[in-house]
Design a protein around this ligand. Structure first.
Ligand code: DGJ
Length: 808
């Protein structure tokens, strides 16, 4: 809900309030963002006080000794839209923009903090002073012309549109606030309009800027690189500007656009946490600046890096939409806000809130070396295990036998698929599975028919050798002809081959950012992303049945902009579950599990060479959209049985995993990770208990479940999983009549055929007791194994399923 009274805008969601007011000089002063407040609470006690002048500060409008104010100082009163009563209005010697909490700030008027916009104004200066004019409240969210944005759907949203102006330049800045009350998210964005005959140049323009008093904040970012995306990093916010940005041309695997500011007292379940994110897939910029008066300025928007945008008379520029949320219920509360928001207001179309199929992807099984028979053999095995969709990854087209050739030529490689793709897709459907296909439409190999025919389609800086990444160049998405080529090529295949799923890859960062079609290369990076969105719109909006999974060499484009088109994103090329605890765990702060592609692969892992139990590979991937990515035809029968059971289990609990309420636990020990998914009705939940590295003779473990009904009784059972005797190594000689060597033939043979049932625990307890913590069976402590021993060792894990007791 949005109201305006006592000169104050009050925006409220179910569990948050966001207030700001208009000052006597027409600036928007931020008052409060936090837990709800009584409706009749005045803003005054909450506002920052201005009762003393701060030395060396610049005063916006000091008390005049001159007889009259210049015309330019006339201000309109916000509530009446009347001009200021008279030009002799008193100034205010305490009014320094540098120490106000602001919703937006200009340049050149005494605010020396990080400016939300840097604009060379029509008068040739950088001085900009945007002053309040009027407001409007609109029902629903308001879409944009060039960029995707959140939508209201069934829920009641309102959008506040505030008009501010720099009068002397005749430039208007519109600020939009959309309140998504049901999910405790408020979105913000800005639109700049040039009403001046002379052009202006935007060097920087943020989607939002807000100043909040410090609360001993920690700044939490999700950073990394290829195969180590979105690892969480935490630091105390200290004086100066801390920047979280990307310059790769995408939202990047270096720094995810989203970040948090958490009170130093916050835990997973308690304390105040703010979250910010951007509905954008290009270069982003987020900043938190702690000022010398302990005010934190938070900004997020397009990265000003290599950005310059000329705006002629009557032209407008719209920024991407920024997301903001607050929770007083700790990190989990904040994450749950964003999860609901993304599931209900970002992801759209037929796959919104729909369970995702279990897929098999052939990449790690084959790389580029496959033929029709090999694929069909793999597909048959997948079908036997209960897999629902077969995905053919890279290598099916052109001369694509390695990553040096073929990109751009999306006609089927007849050596590999002699009967074509249509026939192959038909075979997969005949087996009773859906069929998915890989593309990398934004890229080209120089060794390709496309490049030979249209070298100018690839990004190149005139007079310079283009830089290569994975032997490929980037196509110029600013060029409409290139966009048409991509749309025609991809849709030609989608419309003839019965394709249910598309994996859209993007395997390198952008370099040589230059498009001959645009006069001003400062527009390049943003125009590229607008071009990408145009392509995605044209391909996927008319084909809503297609499940679209975005991928950027793993997770280099995991952002809310892409999620407006694709319901899920491949989180990382790293499928090692211990790394996935960090990668999926990091993502979980901002994105729901329904958006994370997570696969079980072979071990030792192709990325880390770490050997992990099959059970743990599944247990981690189950907290996401499950897939398998390995050659099933070289997996032992006993492991295939385990995989079949895993898939059946996942299907039974898939809604809980993908759409349940997700909680990160706070385990007692550093070498444990605990995750929980609980049904929205609280009747059932699943907890994953993971051990990263074992210590000798591990002590007692406590499992604290989360999100259950405290007053009702639940039964808790371990998911039955197999224990492969290879885990015992040489110890096996104590129980076998023969003496096998740990890596010898006998042990390998036994291991292929037999397995033990891993320890199963059963408990009955009140939700309250389960959430307080129950003690688990002993782990293996170096001697005396029996069936009640939890054999975790390095990288072991279990899932615990809680169900409401029927009579409870
Ligand atoms: C990178 C992706 O992340 C992988 O899953 C795979 O699709 C390869 N590209 C194929 O080239």
């Amino acid at each position: 809900m949005i109201t305006f009274a006592d000169n104050t805008f009050r925006l409220s969601t179910f569990e948050t309030a966001y207030w700001f007011r208009v000052t006597q000089f027409g600036h928007l002063e931020h008052i409060y963002y936090g837990a709800p407040l009584p409706d009749d609470q005045s803003a005054e006690p909450l506002a920052l006080k201005r009762t003393a002048q701060i030395g060396s500060s610049v005063i916006y409008c000091p008390k005049l000794t001159a007889p009259a104010e210049p015309e330019a100082r006339r201000r309109r009163r916000p509530d009446t839209a009347q001009p200021a009563a008279n030009v002799n209005d008193p100034g205010d010697d305490m009014y320094s923009l540098d120490v106000l909490c602001l919703e937006w700030s200009g340049i050149g008027k005494g605010d020396y903090r990080n400016a939300p916009a840097e604009i060379k104004m029509p008068d040739g200066t950088f001085t900009a002073d945007f002053v309040y004019q009027s407001y409007r409240i609109n029902t629903g969210s308001m879409g944009m012309d060039t960029l995707p944005s959140a939508y209201s759907g069934e829920s009641n949203c309102e959008t506040l549109e505030i008009t501010t102006r720099d009068e002397s330049n005749n430039v208007t800045l519109l600020l939009y606030y959309t309140v998504f009350a049901d999910t405790n998210v408020i979105t913000r964005r800005a639109v700049l309009k040039n009403g001046n005959k002379k052009p202006l140049t935007i060097r920087k323009i943020m989607s939002m800027s807000v100043d909040i008093p410090d609360d001993g904040f920690n700044l939490i970012t999700l950073d990394g690189g290829w195969i180590k995306e979105t690892n969480k990093h935490d630091r105390k916010l200290s004086y100066g500007v801390h920047v979280n940005s990307s310059t790769t041309g995408s939202s990047s695997n270096r720094h995810n656009p989203g970040f948090l500011l958490a009170s130093s007292r916050a835990t997973e379940t308690q304390g105040g946490v703010y979250g910010f994110n951007l509905v954008y897939s290009g270069n982003h910029y987020g900043a938190a600046e702690l000022s010398n008066h302990d005010i934190v300025r938070v900004q997020i928007g397009i990265n000003p890096y290599c950005f310059e945008w000329l705006l002629n008379e009557n032209e407008r520029f719209e920024t991407p939409e920024a997301l903001m949320s607050y929770s007083g219920k700790g990190y989990c509360g904040l994450s749950q806000n964003f999860h609901d928001f993304i599931n209900n207001h970002i992801v759209r179309g037929e796959w919104k809130n729909r369970e995702r199929p279990v897929l098999l992807n052939n990449w790690e099984a084959h790389f580029f070396k496959f033929d029709r028979e090999k694929l069909l053999e793999l597909a048959r095995s997948a079908k036997n295990l209960g897999i629902e969709m077969f995905v053919l990854d890279d290598g099916w087209f052109g001369e694509r036998d390695n990553d040096r050739a073929g990109l751009g030529d999306y006609s089927v490689n007849r050596k590999k698929l002699p009967q074509g793709l249509e026939e192959f897709s038909g075979r997969i459907h005949d087996m009773g599975m859906k069929f998915g296909l890989w593309f990398e439409p934004e890229m080209v190999n120089e060794d390709s028919d496309l490049f030979r025919a249209h070298p100018s389609y690839a990004l190149q800086t005139p007079g310079k050798q283009p830089a290569r990444g994975r032997n490929q160049l980037v196509l110029d998405l600013c060029n409409p002809e290139v966009r048409d080529y991509i749309v025609e090529n991809v849709t030609g295949i989608l419309d003839t081959c019965n394709i249910d799923y598309v994996k859209w890859d993007f395997n390198r960062h952008i370099s040589d950012a230059c498009s001959p079609g645009i006069t001003d290369q400062g527009k390049f990076f943003h125009s590229y992303i607008i071009g990408l969105y145009d392509i995605l719109n044209r391909i996927f909006t008319p084909r809503p049945h297609i499940l679209f999974e975005s991928c950027g060499a793993g997770g280099s484009r995991f952002d809310a902009g892409m999620l407006c088109y694709c319901p899920q994103i491949w989180a990382s090329d790293n499928t090692d579950p211990i790394e996935r605890l960090k990668i999926q765990g990091g993502l979980s702060y901002l994105y729901p599990l329904s958006t994370m592609g997570a696969h079980v692969s072979e071990a030792p892992h192709q990325q880390t060479l770490r050997d992990t139990p099959l059970a743990t590979r599944f247990n981690a991937a189950a907290f996401g959209c499950l897939g398998y990515e390995l050659d099933l035809n070289v997996v032992s029968q006993v492991k295939l049985k385990e995989i079949k059971e895993q898939i059946a289990f996942y299907k039974r609990h898939r809604r809980t995993f993908q759409y349940g309420i997700f909680w990160r636990g706070e385990p007692d020990k550093d070498n444990k990770v605990v995750w929980h998914c609980v049904n929205k009705d609280g009747k059932a939940g699943i907890s994953g208990f993971f051990q990263t590295q074992a210590t000798a003779s591990e002590g007692f473990d406590r499992l604290r479940m989360m999100g259950l009904d405290p007053k009702r009784v639940y039964t808790v059972t371990t998911r039955q999983q197999r224990l492969f005797i290879e885990r015992f190594g040489g110890l096996i000689k104590h129980v076998l009549p023969v003496k096998p060597s740990p890596d010898g033939f006998i042990l390998r043979t036994i291991n292929k055929r037999y397995s033990l049932t891993d320890c199963v625990e059963k408990y009955t307890a009140y939700g309250e007791t389960l959430m307080g913590g129950i003690m688990l069976n002993n782990q293996f402590m170096g001697s005396n194994y029996n069936k009640n021993t939890r054999l975790l060792g390095d990288f072991g894990s279990n899932l615990y399923i809680a169900k409401l007791k029927a009579d409870s």
